[in-house]
Ligand binder design. Structure first.
Ligand SMILES: [Ca+2]
Ligand SMILES: [Ca+2]
Ligand SMILES: [Ca+2]
Ligand SMILES: [Ca+2]
Length: 699
């Protein structure tokens, strides 16, 4: 239900809600939007009231809507009760009529007929051509933070008969100058616009004051503004709005579920199903657009923002997901459509991302890098207009004349928004009650590109009053210059351009928790040793993403060495390490953890380290060894290694031995086992690969 505001609280009664659809209780939420002047913008109406109502026997109930301003409007939404009732999300706000503030220095109240163009309270405050004029009021704010001072106003003077002045005021806080307020032109003093100024305030009481002059003696250019109403709204956190799918505009095969649970309340889309969301953005710039959805298999969602495809939104498996695309939008309402067969869509969130605005490239029309056709002019508005021009602007961009903008760095082919800061005061006649404005046109082409875009630039009351207008632009070359002009008529005056990639970043994340442990496998070693050094290799896998793979080494239950490898979220990872340890028996304990902190079942494996070479001693007894002087007729060795003897190599010839702690090489005399007359070299190896070398001479 939609209804307009009034002066007193409104009782809203309803009846006949079918129990088969609604059950025996309903959630009722009341959203309120406020009048922002004819030129202002209001985003998603905040929820000011959320209540659960038990239905009476006829499927009815009653709520009371708080209602104090005839210029507000309300939307009441009644749904089956959901798991968690809609939350009241209206920011703290205080409103003051300008005519209720303390006026000084020639500022005075003007009363308007109730059938005059909309002015809040049918009164505004004028007289700001006087340098001393001021409107001062007190606010009591609940918290330290940033507040947006919304000023509803009208501009007043059209000195040349064509161009409405813009204008400036000085904002003072607690008697100290805070900021200049830059207004843009409106149609007339009773046709209101709105400007919002951020103000940082501490909790408590403050005096806000709008003044015609900053220095108290000289009126600011265009200060003759009519002030209508002041709204101070808390804005410490980034602008954010949330759009549940079950309140979206649905078409095709789409089924609404109210349901229970954290994902209760969603829309299931069929093959041709689509959910359309209408998103409010208060500023030109980047926003994080998050889509929450559930899939039963890998799927790419079909998502379009203002009829432009946003590719890459989707999941590679079943589960609950959110994809956040950082997108550039122009101030106003955006249409977002979401499709995907079998996908459950929970909703969409839009959050301002000011940091991402670093991606926006601004080019002044008067910049020397811009090539201008002969006949175009670079001009400065007269100071008295209080224009919001950035430096200078370009005029006389008549039929066939162009501005050619060199392609900014790092703007390769892709989807862009191209914004034009334009001024246009073309009118058909100056009719008393019709605007009779004429929109101007400009075509944007890309040198070497294969298509163009046309922007339409409305009448905005002055050739010196600049507003941003977006022209969606797909660029097909990486460096083609941009050419702006109207082939057949007048383009608007142009102050500046902005070029912004449509999509700045795109991230898909899981929403459902990861409860599946990784699996870790010991690939090396495959035997218990003994080893001279320990070569470890552990392989791990996880269904979503690994944090790290770990192998720890214990001796007698005590940790002696910890080794690990960070896995950086990969689904498969290997940890390899070479560890040096003193001789002894050890246990490897190995596992892996995933990004959610799940830990694999820990495996164990026992190993022995042996770094001590074997020994060989010459056997006594004539049957084994016969020594003549320093040389031998016959020689035998007793071999020993705690980690077992593996083999001997005599003069390069290997003799394998049974792996034992004690072993023998007996009766060496040429040519037994490769023994030779003269010097012989015997190398004794243990199982771990340690060796010791002996030399002896045979006769
Ligand atoms: Ca007013
Ligand atoms: Ca400029
Ligand atoms: Ca896992
Ligand atoms: Ca050894």
């Amino acid at each position: 239900m939609l209804f307009g505001g009034g002066e007193i609280d409104a009782e809203l009664s309803f009846t006949g809600l079918d129990a088969a659809t609604f059950g025996n209780q309903v959630d009722v939420q009341v959203q309120r939007t406020q009048f922002t002047g004819q030129e202002g913008f209001a985003g998603q109406p905040p929820v000011i009231l959320s209540t659960r109502v038990a239905l009476d026997g006829s499927g009815g109930g009653t709520i009371t809507v708080p209602n104090g301003d005839p210029m507000d409007a309300y939307r009441v939404i009644i749904t089956p009760a959901v798991e968690s009732a809609p939350v009241v999300d209206a920011a703290w706000q205080t409103r003051v009529e300008a005519e209720a503030t303390t006026l000084a220095g020639g500022a005075s109240v003007t009363s308007l007929a109730t059938n005059a163009q909309a002015t809040s309270g049918f009164k505004d405050v004028r007289g700001f051509s006087n340098a001393g004029a001021s409107a001062t009021w007190t606010v009591d704010v609940p918290r330290d933070g940033t507040y947006l001072l919304g000023i509803q106003y009208g501009t007043n003077d059209r000195p040349d008969g064509t161009n409405m002045k813009s204008g400036r005021h000085a904002l003072f806080v607690d008697g100290a100058f805070e900021d200049l307020v830059q207004y843009t032109s409106t149609l007339s003093v009773t046709y209101k616009g709105r400007v919002e100024v951020p103000v940082t305030l501490t909790a408590g009481t403050h005096a806000l004051s709008l003044r015609a002059s900053q220095d108290g003696t000289t009126a600011l250019p265009g200060s003759n503004i009519a002030l209508d109403r002041f709204d101070l709204t808390e804005a410490t956190t980034a602008e954010k709005s949330t759009y549940p799918a079950n309140l979206a505009r649905l078409s095709g095969d789409a089924t609404v579920s109210w349901g229970a649970g954290s994902f209760g309340g969603h829309v299931t889309l069929g093959a041709d199903g689509q959910a359309a969301f209408y998103l409010g953005a208060a500023e030109d710039g980047y926003y994080d657009l998050t889509v929450e959805y559930e899939t039963t298999e890998a799927v790419d969602l079909g998502v379009e923002l203002n009829d432009r495809e946003l590719s890459g939104i989707g999941a590679d498996a079943s589960g609950r997901w959110q994809t956040t695309a950082t997108v550039h939008v122009a101030r106003g309402i955006q249409e977002l459509t979401v499709a995907g067969e079998g996908v459950k869509v929970r909703g969409v969130t839009l959050v301002r991302n000011v940091e991402a605005d670093a991606r926006v490239v601004t080019i002044q029309a008067e910049d020397p890098s811009v090539t201008r056709s002969a006949g175009t002019t670079v001009e400065t508005p007269g100071a008295t207009y209080g224009s919001n021009v950035q430096g200078q602007y370009v005029g006389w961009l008549t039929a066939g004349r162009t501005l050619t903008i060199p392609r900014p760095a790092d703007t390769e082919a892709g989807q862009y928004n191209f914004l034009v800061h334009f001024g246009n005061a073309s009118r058909n006649t100056t009719h008393p009650y019709n605007t009779d404005g004429i929109s101007r046109r400009a075509t944007i082409t890309e040198v070497g590109g294969d298509h163009s875009a046309t922007g339409y630039f409305r009448y905005n009351y002055s050739y010196f009053n600049f507003w941003w207008q977006n022209v969606p632009l797909d660029l097909t070359t990486d460096d083609g210059a941009l050419v702006v002009g109207n082939p057949t008529g007048d383009a608007p005056n142009i102050d500046a351009f902005q070029l912004a990639p449509l999509v700045g970043a795109l991230v898909t994340e899981r929403l459902d928790p990861d409860t599946v442990k990784p699996v870790a496998t010991l690939v090396t070693p495959t035997t218990n040793g003994p080893f001279r050094t320990l070569d470890l290799r552990v392989e791990a896998t996880d269904d979503r993403g690994l944090q790290r793979v770990v192998a720890n080494i214990y001796k007698d239950g005590t940790l002696v060495k910890s080794t690990q490898t960070a896995a950086e979220g990969k689904r498969a990872a290997t940890h390899a390490a070479t560890v040096t340890l003193p001789d002894g028996a050890y246990t490897i304990r190995y596992n892996a953890s995933d990004l959610a902190g799940n830990v694999a079942k820990t495996g164990t494996f026992d190993v022995t380290i042996d770094t001590t070479p074997p020994t060989a001693t010459i056997k006594d007894g004539a049957s084994f060894t016969v020594k003549t002087g320093e040389t031998y007729d016959l020689i035998s060795f007793k071999l020993h290694d705690a980690g077992k003897i593996d083999k001997v190599v005599l003069n390069g010839k290997t003799k394998d031995l049974t792996d034992n702690v004690w072993s023998d090489v007996n009766f060496l005399t040429p040519p037994t086992f490769g023994a030779v007359k003269g010097e012989n070299t015997l190398v004794v190896f243990d199982v771990a690969g340690n060796s010791r070398t002996y030399t002896f001479t045979l006769n």
